[in-house]
Write a protein that binds this ligand. Structure first.
Ligand code: ADP
Length: 265
């Protein structure tokens, strides 16, 4: 090979390496800016409940003994609601990181799905007395899945139903089983979601724009829920109309044994 051909070949390879390096740098910059954005949003979301908790503790600290007797229970109850919010946020952050690194662990166990739904709803009703949560249907089958993770998805759907329907108290949970597939759904009559936004709902960090700033969140709950259900061989979805309400559902095969994908146990 002549010297000039060798030089051209070297130049071509260098140009290729330079292109790859540029792409890598752009990719890292994007990841860095996503991280910064996440830290800003997470910081803001974590700060809100902390500020409220601080406010109630100050109120307790400065209350006269007469007021203290009257209001302590109420302040403690409100503080607990904020602590629950903090717990959910931190869990979501940790789970997202586990998903990213392939460390979300799922356990195989036999789950009495009807009992699980009933138990979750009963405790949910206690914490959210503002809404009326009804339950219809049964699946009757045990399924093979991860109980704690399924509970997490059910709680996420219910929490969203309550959060995004501040002006309507009725929430309907339905469980059914058809041809070896369990369907679980939560219907609310809240703000709903326009058709063009629905495809993005289960994406990481996606939140429908909220110019009123009424609804807080990280946009992780549905993403994590979808990951959990997909890894147990199921699927998730939504039917919704803006201003009318939403139905969030997931479906799981009863005989999930063969499909259950267990990540890093
Ligand atoms: P977060 O509620 O923390 O923002 P999620 O991942 O749970 O995160 O939900 C993503 C987005 O989907 C929410 O920001 C909201 O815009 C929309 N959403 C979820 N559930 C409902 C619901 N029941 N009604 C209306 N919008 C919803």
């Amino acid at each position: 090979m002549s010297t000039s051909i060798k030089l051209i070949e070297k130049f071509r390879r260098l140009t290729l390496i330079q292109k790859e390096l540029k792409a890598e740098i752009a990719c890292r910059k994007k990841a860095e800016s996503n991280k910064d954005e996440l830290i800003t949003i997470a910081g803001h979301e974590l700060k809100t409940p902390l500020t409220i908790i601080k406010g109630y503790l100050h109120l307790l600290e400065n209350s006269s003994s007469e007021k203290l007797i009257k209001n302590t229970r109420m302040y403690i109850a409100r503080t607990l609601v904020q602590i629950e919010k903090l717990e959910l946020l931190v869990t979501d952050l940790l789970d997202t990181s586990k998903i990213e690194t392939g460390n979300l662990s799922l356990i195989r166990q036999t789950v009495n799905f009807d009992l699980l739904v009933q138990t979750v709803i009963e405790s949910f009703r206690l914490v959210h007395p503002t809404h009326r949560i009804g339950l219809t249907g049964k699946c009757r089958s045990n399924i093979c899945g991860d109980k704690i993770r399924l509970e997490q998805v059910i709680i996420n759907y219910l929490t969203n139903a309550v959060k995004y329907s501040p002006d309507s108290v009725k929430i309907e949970v339905t469980v059914s089983e058809t041809a070896g597939v369990i369907e679980f759904s939560v219907k609310d009559s809240g703000i709903g979601i326009s058709a063009d936004k629905q495809a993005l709902l289960f994406h990481k960090f996606y939140r429908v724009e909220d110019p009123t700033h009424r609804f807080h969140g990280l946009g992780m709950g549905l993403y994590i829920s979808a990951e959990i259900i997909h890894h147990q061989g199921g699927d998730v979805g939504v039917i919704s109309e803006e201003g009318k309400g939403s139905v969030f559902y997931f479906r799981l095969p009863v005989f999930v044994n063969a499909k259950l994908k267990v990540l890093h146990r």
